[in-house]
Ligand binder design. Sequence first.
Ligand code: ASP
Ligand code: MG
Length: 410
Amino acid sequence: MARIVMKFGGTSVADLDRIRTVAQRVKREVDHGNQVAVVVSAMSGVTNQLVKWCTELSPLHDAREYDAVVATGEQVTSGLLAICLQENGVDARSWQGWQIALRTDTAHGKARIQSIEGDELIRRMETGQVAVIAGFQGIAPDNRITTLGRGGSDTSAVALAAALKADRCDIYTDVDGIYTTDPRIVPNARKLAKIAYEEMLELASVGAKVLQTRSVELAMNERVRVRVLSSFTDALPGEEAGTLVVDEDEIVEKETVSGIAYSRDEAKITVRRVPDRPGIAAAIFGALSEQNVNVDMIVQNISADGTTDMTFTVGKADLPRARAALTDLRGQINYTDLLEDPNVAKISVVGVGMRSHAGVANTMFGALADKAINIQVISTSEIKVSVLIAAEYTELAVRALHTAYGLDAA
Ligand code: ASP
Ligand code: MG
């Protein structure tokens, strides 16, 4: 007997037939003698529609009312699934965030979980009742409903798994696991049996958007074993199903590179010919951080004539704010030009095995050189090497790197 949390995303509960299929899947786990808590998303498309309504009525709507509205998608699916389980002879009831209670801070629209009362849920699970929990939502100290940010029901599921001391957290989605890269670009990408939390974090933040980043951070901190698997294949999850996101120590044969990720979400900015003296970087990045603009990759050139170029990337959506902040700064730091290039892509190779292997970056540079792809900016961490290239070469670069690191399926 195991205690498991099963989470179903929007496509898995998209209509009544799919909800029936989910109920069957839950029932099978119950029939195996497992204690089950289910976390559901809203039906696919519903949250988008709810967000749109709020924005249409008022672009600067009250964030507390936004949460009151968008949390309803999950309320519907939790009730429907409970009905469907009961219809199949399974004892089940729905739980909204406030009923559990799943307590959060007051950051409406992107609230953080602070605590979960698990005792009553555990007591009922021990009697065989399935808890069907509305993901994505919680309750703030002032009793207002909160939501956890888009994709937040992953985080609900992981947090519940930790609070309920579950043996597994199975995340059912529309892909059957985490791949070495995007299979739409590389058809012979391989599904990974296991991936380390840290690798998953790097892959999530650079564009492989299977799990909400926060859910992976939480899983890593709370040591929750997360399995990503498809709700569209029929087999009961055996040990080999999907991809297990686990502690690095659980991965015996560490590949040097586990995956290749890409992101077209960033834009490149170059501040041309600023004085090469102390305080310039502080002025530039201080001005950007004041505007809440996140900076990712940075290069600064050394130059002979007492000036330097500062090149960096920001999220594409932040480009207007970055431009405004830097334009205001012109009088203070006297640059000659402000250049922008939104047509860039960041390609990253990720792997915990890099810690103990030399030459990883060099393989990357060589593979890109062979395809005559120019590298504009480079950044590295202990388990990642990223390069910025022209966006039009994204697919070519991903394919070349996938082959260069021996990741292609046989
Ligand atoms: N329904 C919410 C969203 O679409 C939460 C989730 O699906 O994880 O963002
Ligand atoms: Mg999701």
